[in-house]
Every structure is written in C-alpha cells, then in structure tokens.
Ligand binder design. Structure first.
Ligand SMILES: [Fe+2]
Length: 282
C-alpha cells in the first residue's frame, strides 16, 4: 500500500509537471459535497438580499430568464455570505477549501507546505469561456506556480459544461512578445488581444483537449499557465454547481501575467489551518 501510494504520488507530480493538470478522484467525501450542494440550493436562489458577486460588487440574484438558476456567480462565498443566510454554508465552504485533503494534494503536486487562498468563485451554471490562462487573474513570481482548483458540487456528464485543458508544462511562458503582440492599451485590451492570439496559436497545431466526467468528491487542478476553456452545456442553461479556487504557494511572491511581482496592494491574511491562509476581506 505504501509503495502504491509512493508511486501514485510520483506519477501525479510528474503528470502535473509535464502536462499542467491533474485530476484527483475522491479527494473529498462525496456525502459532504452533496450536503454543501443542498445547502446552496436551499439558501441562495431564495435569498432576496445582496451578495458579493464575481465582479467584486454586492448584487441581488440575477436569474437566467424563466428559471431560478442564478447566473451571477458568488465571490469569496467562504467569507462573504451574509449572516442572514446562516453560518452553515459559509463554514462548510471554508472547511472544504482549506481542508487537509486539499492541502495534502497540492503538496503532492508542488511539495509546498502552506498556501494562500486568493479567490473562490461559486458557479451555479456553466459560463462560456474561451481559451485563456488564469495567470491573468493570479500568478506567482516567477510565473506558473499558482493553481486553479475546480471542484464539482454535483456529478457531471458530457453535457454538463465541464472545463477542458490543453496540456502545458509547468513554467512554460508564452509571452505577448512571443505571440507578436504589443503591450499597449488597457489591461482589458491586452487580455482580449492575448487570448485571441493564444487561441489562434494553439489551434494551429490541432491540440488535444482533456476533460473528465467528474463525480462529487473529485478535484480538477490546473496551473496558472495551462490553457483551458469551458465546454458548452446542453441544455443551456442547466445547473452545474461548482467552486473555482485560485491558490498560491505562500512561500512565493505573487503577481499576475503582466505584473511581476504584484506590488500594488498588500494582502492581509488570516491563517486558518496548517495548510492554508485566506485573504481578509476589507
Ligand atoms: Fe479560467
């Protein structure tokens, strides 16, 4: 058993290093995930107050027309859920994203000992996202060592709108200059220009895209420089409860794709376990 564990750890680390992604099956107790999903279904759609959304502003639920399916994802729900929702959901999400189970798996991939949770998003349905790198939202300095942990909160199938990645070795940087792009314009303009050029560049070599028909309890992890996108869901919209967690090894400086290191804000952190610290919301 010990030998098997040793080899499976080695193989996960090597796979992540060479391909930039890893799927951990049964990382979490499926029953715990199912209970979190039920708490979400029971509390969020019927809540008529404002909650922190993906754009960083509080807003009420915005539903897909004719449904009770929320289309504006929640930002930092492990920290930001209003007291009126009761403490259970926020606590359950905090426990999940700072769990030993997750810390131990990140440690398998990069041998780090402590991590900072930078961003958590709670999705209710699949969003259409083109090929992109999460490095533009968060990365380490040097680039390529922060992780995106994607946690399905329900069983998925081929029509669920799952994320898909294109294998990419850890630390390989395809700069704007390498794509023949200028660095002029706003950050938004640079981002849009880069993602379009990245997509053209990658598709020219007919790349394979990898996804998984994930079950509750699984975790899909990819690196900040791993190109990925979201497959369409059918029908659209349909429920696809999931968490996306951006995480950086605490020992490394942080930044993003264009700012290395990132020094415009200082981060106030709170350690919540031996594995994890979280940002303090100001
Ligand atoms: Fe992404």
């Amino acid at each position: 058993m010990g030998v098997v564990k040793f080899w499976s750890r080695r193989s996960a680390r090597r796979c992540y290093s060479e391909h930039g992604y890893c799927v951990f099956r049964n990382a979490f107790a499926p029953q715990n995930i199912a209970e979190i999903a039920e708490l979400i279904r029971d509390s969020i759609p019927s809540f008529d107050g404002e909650l922190l959304r993906q754009d960083g502003r509080p807003a009420p639920n915005d539903f897909f027309p004719g449904t009770l399916l929320v289309r504006n994802p929640l930002l930092h729900p492990h920290l930001s859920l209003a007291d009126s929702l009761g403490g259970h959901l926020g606590t359950a999400l905090m426990d999940l994203v700072t769990s030993d189970a997750l810390g131990e798996r990140l440690n398998i991939l990069d041998r780090q000992q402590h991590y900072v949770i930078h961003q958590v998003l709670l999705f209710f349905a699949a969003q259409t996202t083109e090929l992109h790198l999460d490095s533009w939202s968060l990365d380490t300095a040097p680039l390529g060592h922060s992780h995106t942990v994607w946690i399905p909160l329900q069983d998925l199938d081929h029509r669920s709108g799952s994320p898909a990645v294109i294998a990419w070795p850890i630390g390989r940087v395809l700069t704007e200059a390498a794509l023949g792009l200028s660095t002029e314009g706003s950050l938004g303009e640079r981002y849009e220009r880069y993602q379009r050029a990245l997509s053209t560049h990658l598709r020219a070599s007919s790349p394979e895209a990898a996804t998984a028909l994930l079950q509750m309890g699984d975790a899909f992890i990819w690196s900040s420089l791993t190109p990925h996108f979201t497959l369409p869901s059918y029908p659209f919209p349909r429920e696809r409860l999931s968490l996306q967690v951006l995480i950086r090894p605490a020992s490394m400086k942080w930044g993003d794709f264009t700012a290395q290191p990132y020094d415009r804000h200082s981060l106030q952190l709170r350690q919540v376990s031996s594995w994890f610290s979280v940002r303090v919301l100001s």
